[in-house]
Ligand binder design. Structure first.
Ligand SMILES: [Zn+2]
Length: 157
């Protein structure tokens, strides 16, 4: 990826796709703005233990953004109770806003999900989600920042 390259990102606030610069920072820059848990999961591809994250049982209406760069990632409208202990969604707010990559770590073949704008590790996507798409985006709370819908509305005014 070229530095300063612009990529299309969908904004829930405006309902539009905008060309935004990729967010690139060094490890020490990320460390300075993230908590230890956020850094370990989002920048070092860690996984928070099941049922420990702050959003696995969150049922509030709102928007889940990237904890690193603020990109809109998932809506509560597509969140479902997977019973896995991680926040689970059937789809992102837009396919533009996430990237996927093959992950062969730990002797498994999985599909990693990353923030399209800053490359944060978000979690993995599996094919056992609800109909009709059967996708289960199994995310780490540490990589997400939740905004309640009432706050979302205020910010969009
Ligand atoms: Zn991001």
């Amino acid at each position: 990826m070229q530095k300063g390259q612009k990529i299309p990102i969908y904004s829930v606030f405006t309902g539009r796709t905008e060309n935004l610069e990729r967010v690139e920072k060094t490890d020490s820059e990320w460390k300075a703005i993230l908590t230890a848990d956020q850094y370990e999961v989002a920048r070092k591809k860690g996984t928070e233990p099941a049922f420990t994250g702050k959003y696995h049982d969150c049922k509030e209406p709102g928007l889940y953004r990237c904890a690193c760069c603020g990109t809109d990632l998932f809506s509560s409208d597509r969140k479902f109770g997977s019973g896995t202990g991680w926040p689970s969604f059937s789809a992102p707010v837009s396919p533009l806003n996430v990237l996927s990559a093959p992950d062969r770590s730990y002797g498994m073949v999985r599909t990693e999900v990353l923030c399209a704008r800053c490359g944060a590790h978000l979690g993995h996507v599996f094919d056992d989600g609800p109909a009709p798409a059967f996708k289960r985006y199994c995310m780490n709370s540490a990589s997400l920042a939740f905004i309640r819908r009432s706050q979302t509305i205020q910010k969009s005014v």
